[in-house]
Write a protein that binds this ligand. Structure first.
Ligand SMILES: Nc1ncnc2c1ncn2[C@@H]1O[C@H](COP(=O)(O)OP(=O)(O)OP(=O)(O)O)[C@@H](O)[C@H]1O
Ligand SMILES: [Mg+2]
Length: 243
């Protein structure tokens, strides 16, 4: 059974159809990169997977459970599926540790001691153990993004979604965040990531999806997809490396 199953999903905003029959199947431990031009539907697809957007038709399942409208199921889904965006949105008045402990305490009702142990562990995973008591504004953008990733990991998700998490960062800081993603991938996390980092997608993603006009235009093992793009649209996209 795939960890994430997407079957013929259609999604419209008003009269505009943004996803036009998207199907894909992500197995446990797979790393999927989503690439494509601005407006091709990449973010919308991620947001449908964790129920932030409702689909019009088709089916999405995560870990065998259908993503539906039931609020209780949606809460459970959001603990199974972590999502990290370009903007990290840490609470400025809380320390790094407190930011990370918040959701497990409130949503999962774990004890303070357990939340702290988990927070220390996930901060270690992103290489920021020494920042537990720091405040977000004392950290670089890259460090803040790594805290945001740790905050997501603290919920023990089965699947992680990343939407252009390095787009706001300088190259040097981009590198440290990509290293964290690569470590997660190597440790077996199931991930879907929207990225403009073609080199990273090619090297780290097991599969790359090229989205175009709301459809999966091309899909394949990353090395093949980048090495031998079949469609003129993907050839053009790779050549121009459109941001
Ligand atoms: N909440 C919304 N209401 C109306 N239209 C939306 C909404 N969200 C997205 N869209 C439209 O859906 C289309 C796909 O948007 P989406 O954000 O999924 O694209 P994207 O591939 O992530 O693009 P980018 O690379 O710029 O982030 C766009 O035309 C966008 O304007
Ligand atoms: Mg987007």
């Amino acid at each position: 059974m795939p960890e994430v199953l997407i079957d013929n999903v259609h999604k419209s905003f008003g009269a505009v159809e943004v996803l036009k029959g998207v199907s894909l199947s992500v197995n446990r431990g797979d790393v999927f990169a989503l690439i494509g031009r601005s407006g091709s539907g990449k973010s919308t697809l991620l947001r449908c997977i964790n129920g932030l957007e409702k689909i019009n038709s088709g089916r999405i399942e995560v870990a065998g459970h259908a993503v539906g409208r039931d609020p209780k199921e949606l809460r459970k889904l959001r603990t199974d599926v972590g999502i990290v965006f370009q903007s990290y949105n840490l609470f400025p008045h809380l320390t790094v540790g407190e930011n990370i402990m918040l959701a497990p305490r409130i949503v999962k009702l774990v004890s303070k001691a357990e939340a702290k142990t988990t927070a220390e562990e996930v901060l270690g995973m992103v290489g920021l153990s020494e920042k537990f008591d720091a405040y977000p504004d004392q950290l670089s953008g890259g460090q803040q993004q790594r805290v945001a990733i740790a905050r997501s990991l603290a919920m023990r998700p089965k699947v992680m979604l990343f939407d252009e998490v390095t787009s706001a960062l300088d190259p040097e800081l981009t590198e440290e965040v990509l290293n964290v993603l690569e470590t997660l991938a190597r440790n077996g996390m199931t991930m879907l990531l929207v990225t403009h980092e073609m080199g990273f997608a090619r090297r780290v993603a097991t599969t790359t999806i090229f989205m175009h006009h709301g459809k999966i235009w091309e899909e394949g093992p990353s090395v093949e997809l980048f090495g031998r793009p079949k469609t003129p649209e993907l050839q053009q996209f790779i050549k121009s490396d459109v941001k």
